[in-house]
Design a protein around this ligand. Structure first.
Ligand code: ZN
Length: 507
């Protein structure tokens, strides 16, 4: 970019320092901030409103498949976690442990933990074992199956290096847990929930995803198979945006979840678990944000429209506010995908900064209303997916009539833009040299900038996968579900391979 590049609201811009741009966008959009508690975030109202809408979308999609919500304890006895060997090993390094249950005055008058627990409690990093304990009580017969439960909760994974929404010690998520009579049914459920994550990402978050299987080394600890959806961010790195696990009978055996069949034999159930988190907000920021802030897909934006009354003289106030409020009422009566349009009125007396505040916050439509607009029965609108200067005057009636169409158009344009970026930075690569070049940063000062996603062959050996990760910091994001079997040779070791996998750097 030339030195004369236009002024942007976010500094640095994406091209100059993508990781820092991400932090600055979060600050400027008022979504969240770092907490005084190490590694934890405070989600502010604009960010939480976004999460509430994502929750609402997923919750209703889950429920259409028969899932019901419930709630389980925050604390998990250590012995529960130990029931599944791979599971405890996978989470051991990031557990917050409760070891005492009260405080006492110490020798220097300060408070110190006292009353050691006979068995330490783990603050849940995930709930397979504590939910398994309940499932063992709830399930006795084949008539109790399938059991389809979801929990909206917080979890804690003690992260050493944190980044808001992407990696924090505490985060919000949903975790679904199901139990089934047969392997086939559990596998079908695993796939069904992955499809719901893909639908949420693509239809609501306007974030195109690739569905696939994780390699054994990237599986959820204790799972037989892990499926994931993977999205490309604007720095061409992958973001895992939801995972669905087929757990086989591993957790059923660990928690003794059995049922009596119609023929009166005793069998272990087959279980699944699936989760997605506030990480999705990080995905929305990195998929749609630009150098002026975030851009929110209208279907999940906390509000779709902000009205900005322009009052230059005190005597104009009444007329402008009346016009603004009556327009707000009219807009709120419009149904947008099953819900009322949400409208903000911003009449703060801060001049042009108001418009920029909403640009940074990513609201889909800004509507300015001044005395001249009232005389002409018009409004002056700006779309967040267009250049901030690109605004137009249209009649109030036309605006109201076409509002949902315009919002749908923004939603689609965001998806198309993200899909085009992914297509432009995805390659089929069969030459090792080319593969290495693809993932080598073009500029040593900006190590994050590289090629993108490579569809290349993999022999299936974990050693080869580990070598690639070590050499290039590239991992196999998934073995795509919607891809044809194709004979080839491994990109790294030349051994035979039956399918291409998706290689990328990842968050
Ligand atoms: Zn290989």
């Amino acid at each position: 970019m030339s030195k004369q590049s236009k002024q942007t609201a976010i500094s640095p811009c994406r091209a100059d320092d993508y990781p820092e741009w991400y932090q600055q966008v979060i600050k400027a959009s008022d979504l969240a901030e770092r907490s005084s508690v190490r590694g934890c975030m405070v989600i502010k109202p604009w960010g939480y409103g976004l999460w509430e809408n994502i929750m609402r979308v997923m919750d209703s999609l889950f429920k259409t498949t028969g899932v019901k919500n419930a709630y389980f304890p925050l604390f998990i006895p250590l012995s529960f976690l130990e029931k599944e060997a791979e599971h405890v090993e996978g989470f051991a390094k990031e557990c917050a442990v409760v070891s005492h249950h009260r405080l006492e005055k110490g020798p220097e008058g300060n408070l110190v933990p006292a009353g050691p627990l006979t068995e330490p409690l783990i603050v849940r990093p995930t709930s397979e074992t504590i939910i398994g304990d309940s499932f063992a009580k709830w399930i006795t017969s084949y008539r109790d199956l399938p059991l389809l439960i979801n929990q909206w909760a917080n979890v804690v994974r003690w992260e050493m290096r944190t980044r808001i929404f992407l990696r924090t010690s505490e985060f919000l998520w949903q975790e679904g847990h199901t139990a089934h009579a047969t392997r086939e049914e559990a596998e079908e459920r695993t796939r069904l929930m992955l499809d719901i994550y893909a639908q949420t990402a693509e239809e609501y978050l306007a974030m195109p995803v690739i569905k696939g299987h994780k390699t054994p080394s990237e599986r959820f600890p204790g799972a037989v198979d892990t499926l994931s959806v993977e999205a490309m961010m604007q720095d061409y790195k992958a973001l895992q945006s939801g995972t669905s696990h087929f757990l086989g009978q591993n957790f059923a055996k660990a928690s003794q979840i059995t049922y009596q069949t119609a023929a009166e034999s005793e069998e272990y159930v087959w279980t699944t678990s699936w989760g997605s988190s506030t990480r999705l907000i990080g995905g929305v920021i990195m998929t749609h944000g630009d150098d002026n802030g975030i851009i929110l897909p209208p279907k999940i934006a906390p509000s779709q429209v902000v009205l900005l009354p322009i009052i230059r003289k005190p005597k104009e106030r009444d007329a402008v506010m009346h016009y603004t409020e009556s327009l707000a009422q009219e807009l709120k009566s419009i149904n947008y995908h099953g819900h009322a349009i949400q409208v903000e009125i911003d009449n703060r007396d801060i001049g042009g900064a108001r418009g920029w505040d909403w640009i940074k916050k990513g609201i889909p439509l800004r509507v300015e209303i001044g005395p001249r607009d009232i005389d002409a029965e018009s409004v002056y609108i700006g779309r967040r997916d267009k250049d901030p200067k690109d605004r137009q005057s249209i009649s109030r009636n036309q605006f109201v009539r076409e509002l949902t169409t315009v919002l749908d158009d923004i939603q689609i344009s965001l998806f198309e833009r993200a899909l085009a970026l992914r297509k432009a930075h995805t390659q089929h690569i069969d030459d090792k040299r080319q593969f290495i070049d693809f993932f080598t940063p073009r500029n040593q000062e900006k190590p994050e900038i590289h090629g993108g996603f490579a569809y290349s062959h993999w022999c299936g050996a974990e050693t080869c996968e580990a070598q690639i990760k070590n050499d290039l910091k590239v991992t196999i994001r998934c073995i795509p579900i919607e891809a044809d079997q194709e004979k080839g040779t491994c990109i790294y070791c030349n051994q035979p391979s039956t399918q291409r996998v998706v290689y990328a750097k990842a968050y």
